[in-house]
Design a protein around this ligand. Structure first.
Ligand SMILES: [Mn+2]
Length: 535
């Protein structure tokens, strides 16, 4: 767990400290005045009043991983940065706030943050939602508990409820609260049992409502009211509710998180793990991804952008074998990976999205990704592309827009391959060779990209390839040479992917900008045709 020390508390520092309360590790602070220190202590920060530039005030006998320097006085920030680097040589020191962004000041800092930028990011975050408040609210509720927390699913829990319970237990434990996943009824459906068995999940099966008295707190996941869809007494006092179902009656709990736009409760829990910077273990991650997939019927029903983002967050931690063995999914692991890569690499301009998924084995994954991304909020046009062998495969979808996508792709990419299709569903196969050939000529491309591209082409030629081989061979032994080669190949691959991405993206958006007028022209033509037809 990361431990952090905040030195100074200026205007930026105050924002930082508001955020700090949502972090999972211990937080220490040294601030100038007693009242601020008092305020921070109430918020769970180990704060003391004193001079932030004096190491004598820093916490003793603790390993500090990250130091944030955030006072208002530039000179004091500079001295605090130096003092902290000296005191905690292994710590990562981040200097924020006035006076630390110039050259002379904070050479000791590992990173200097532009305060205006930080402020802007924070304000942006505030304007898009109350995520931080939610995190703080959950933590505060959890920390008020004195004994263990029962995390209760609805009766006869499904994978979404089971996964959400497991993950909330993890969050509670990260907050320092013992917790146990519990359920009434049976885990009966074959897929539910498979999930529990394959992941070796241990949930407590409660048999009588009275057993809940053993716990100090109760959390409900995937449902929101005691006695409704669970076997608790309706009068049970509830501490935490996390659910994605619209409630059919008043929900009473200290902390309530109801987000009915999410496709699953697992989505919400993945979001908590992500924001609290808790790395899920394989069991929790696999269960959550499975929960999302079951509740959204593999991302086809009531799915939202947050479901995809949750899946993308979870995927690196997931045990694919288990996931594949739980059932035979309609969406393969590769497709899920392609979709999540597509989400991560997306560029959105207006209502159109382009994204490069890199190297692919399965072309169908592109079409599925283009389909799924159309479900993202505000998106009406998607273009997904990936590379296999010497071909760049393109797949596009449009919905509820004036744009004729087939026509757009034809005019954007006709010169580098074949492209076209329907107004709402289109695709293409482009020559990777032609795209990379442009490298040498294009001056708009960045230098490194041009160089990498040349290496790529040169490596194909015999003579120059040998030259390269000699140099490498001389530099290191065989093994190292091979390693270097692999790394180089990877770097070249990245450069090719970046190039393909930028060429297709720019070409597409450029063509798209001209598209509405073209479509209007088509309309006129067909109107004219209609008129003739009626005559
Ligand atoms: Mn659910």
């Amino acid at each position: 767990m990361t431990s952090r020390l905040v030195l100074g508390c200026g205007s930026i520092g105050r924002i930082v400290l508001a955020e700090v309360r949502t972090w999972s590790g211990p937080v220490y602070a040294v601030v100038e005045d007693e009242s601020r220190a008092d305020e921070l202590r109430k918020a769970g920060v180990d704060a003391r009043a004193g001079d932030p530039t004096d190491p004598a005030n820093y916490p003793e006998d603790v390993d500090v991983d990250v130091v944030l320097v955030a006072g208002d006085d530039g000179e004091a920030n500079r001295r605090a940065t130096e003092a902290a680097s000296g005191r905690y040589p292994a710590a990562f020191v981040v200097a924020v706030g006035d006076g630390v962004s110039g050259e002379s000041k904070a050479e000791a800092a590992d990173r200097v943050v532009d305060p205006t930028g930080v402020m802007t990011d924070y304000l942006l975050e505030l304007s898009v939602g109350t995520d931080s408040e939610r995190l703080v609210g959950l933590l505060e509720t959890l920390r008020e508990l004195r004994g263990p927390l029962a995390v209760v699913t609805h009766d006869n829990p499904d994978p979404d409820a089971i996964a959400a319970a497991l993950a909330l237990v993890v969050v509670a434990e990260a907050a320092g609260v013992d917790a146990e996943p519990c359920y009434f009824g049976d885990i009966s459906h074959q897929e539910n049992r498979a999930l529990v068995n394959l992941l070796d999940i241990d949930l407590r099966n409660l048999e009588e409502p009275g057993q809940i008295e053993e716990y100090d707190g109760v959390a409900l996941v995937d449902h929101s009211r005691p006695g409704v869809n669970d076997s608790l007494d309706p009068e049970t006092s509830i501490d935490v509710v996390v659910d994605h179902h619209p409630p059919r009656g008043p929900v009473n709990a200290s902390f309530v998180d109801l987000r009915s736009d999410a496709g699953s409760t697992s989505t919400l829990l993945a979001d908590y793990l992500d924001r609290f910077e808790i790395e899920p273990d394989e069991t929790v991650a696999t269960a959550l991804l499975y929960g999302i997939r079951i509740d959204t019927r593999d991302f086809t029903r009531e799915v939202s952008q947050s479901d995809f983002e949750a899946a993308a967050f979870l995927l690196p931690y997931v045990d694919r074998d288990v996931l594949d063995r739980v059932e035979s999914p309609s969406m393969s692991a590769e497709v899920i990976e392609t979709v999540s890569r597509a989400i991560r690499n997306r560029t959105v301009r207006g209502d159109a999205l382009t994204t490069c998924v890199g190297y692919i084995r399965n072309r169908d994954a592109l079409a599925q990704a283009a389909d799924r991304l159309l479900d993202m909020e505000g998106i009406r046009i998607t273009l997904v592309y990936g590379i296999r062998d010497d071909t760049v495969y393109v797949s596009g979808r449009a919905r509820g827009t004036e744009v004729d996508l087939g026509e757009t792709l034809r005019s954007a990419f006709g010169s580098i391959g074949s492209a076209g299709g329907h107004a709402d569903m289109a695709g293409g196969q482009l020559s990777l060779g032609i795209i990379t050939e442009r490298l040498g000529e294009e001056t708009t491309l960045s230098e490194p990209a041009v160089r990498e591209g040349q290496i790529e082409r040169e490596a194909e030629g015999d003579v120059e390839g040998e030259e390269g081989g000699d140099v490498e061979g001389e530099e290191g032994g065989d093994v190292e040479g091979e390693e270097g080669g692999e790394r180089e190949a990877e770097a070249e691959g990245d450069a090719v992917v970046d190039l393909v991405d930028s060429v297709l993206r720019e070409q597409f958006f450029e063509t798209l900008e001209a598209a509405p007028s073209r479509l209007a022209a088509h309309r006129e033509e067909s109107d004219v045709f209609d008129d003739y037809g009626h005559e």
